[in-house]
Ligand binder design. Structure first.
Ligand code: 5GP
Ligand code: MN
Length: 318
């Protein structure tokens, strides 16, 4: 039995948590654990607590069972997934604070290990990849495989990012062997956009500004723009990724306004900039090639502050 299975075995009630603003790896890993426990440990009560998850993941089994409100009872075991620091559980941190046991499964290099037990692999493509090593392979059903495959494709940008390894591909291959409809999973959850999402993407790209000798590019979406198009934060996915693939760009920055003089920052880099260091400096976290934080000031202030750090890193590399 793995560390995770031993802990599940010893618990009766289990809460599964992931980070705020859940993405494919977060939703995929949480629902993979949910389905695994439901299928293999029928006597346990397992509940996933997440902020509302985008409907594009509604094909995942258990999606309708995700709870967005805090319950009243503490649990025997809290399983923490894809979350680099405990503040990013939002209100659901209460389950971690009150649980008798806790385990954290993650792939963020910035994760310091806040649970009682940790399985953290900073070299893994995704939490789903780490999670797979904590499950018994023969017990991974098609429903669990759909969740794991979803997490892997989202955190690797469909096997494009440098975090994709031979092991990532081997696990994805094993998931395909379960008979999942991988083509539809990729199209429906990764590439498909609504008309409004496409419009705001177009506008954000049109208004982007390049700087530092075209090695950096940023764009910003303001609250009034979001209100105008009637879109929420989950509709802004993919904008920073499109900036990253601009010819010659080393570092891409996407900002959206979350409050008065307050911006959520997404950073992406190609080869030369370690954006996790910059995000950590400003109180956030993430990975070398993809990281984020929340910063205050006007958007000019935010870009100026980030720019100093990027420039320093670019000048240091030979
Ligand atoms: P994204 O730009 O897609 O929101 O996030 C990129 C990566 O950085 C993800 O792995 C995400 O978990 C991490 N990240 C984004 N924002 C924050 C933040 O405010 N704090 C921490 N610790 N990590 C973040
Ligand atoms: Mn992840």
């Amino acid at each position: 039995m793995t560390k995770l299975e031993i802990m599940i075995d010893q618990a009766k009630t289990i809460a599964v948590l992931g980070h705020v603003n859940p993405d494919g790896d977060c939703a995929g890993s949480c629902l993979a654990v949910y389905n695994y426990v439901q299928e293999q440990y029928a006597d346990k009560t397992v509940t996933v607590y997440l902020e509302p998850v985008s409907e594009k993941f509604s094909y995942l089994k258990g999606y309708d069972q995700i709870q967005s409100e805090l319950g009243k009872e503490s649990v025997d075991l809290c399983i923490c997934l894809d979350c680099s620091d405990q503040e990013r559980f939002g209100k659901f941190k209460w389950y971690l604070d009150t649980a008798a046991q806790s385990i954290c499964i993650d792939h963020h290099i910035t994760n310091q290990g806040f649970a009682m037990e940790q399985v953290i692999d900073g070299a893994a493509s995704s939490t789903c990849e780490v999670l797979f090593t904590q499950l018994t392979e023969e017990k991974v059903t098609k429903a669990v495989a759909e969740c794991i495959y979803t997490g892997i494709i989202h955190d690797t940008g469909v096997f494009r990012y440098s975090n994709t390894s031979k092991k990532t591909m081997e696990i994805a291959g094993k998931m395909m062997e379960r008979g999942i409809d991988f083509g539809s999973i990729i199209d429906d959850s990764f590439y498909r956009k609504t008309y409004l999402q496409t419009q705001i993407l177009g506008r954000a790209l049109f208004e982007s500004v390049s700087f530092l000798d075209k090695k950096c590019v940023f764009t910003v979406v303001r609250k009034k723009d979001m209100d105008f198009y009637g879109v929420g934060k989950s509709d802004l996915e993919g904008i920073v990724e499109q900036l990253r693939v601009i010819d010659g760009v080393e570092c891409a920055i996407f900002l959206y306004e979350v409050g008065v003089h307050m911006y959520k920052v997404s950073l992406r880099s190609n080869k030369k900039v370690d954006v996790s260091k910059i995000a950590v400096y400003f109180g956030g976290g993430g990975h070398m090639r993809a990281a984020g934080c929340t910063m205050s000031g006007s958007f000019h202030d935010v870009i100026n502050n980030l720019s100093g750090h990027i420039e320093k890193q670019l000048s240091q590399e030979t």
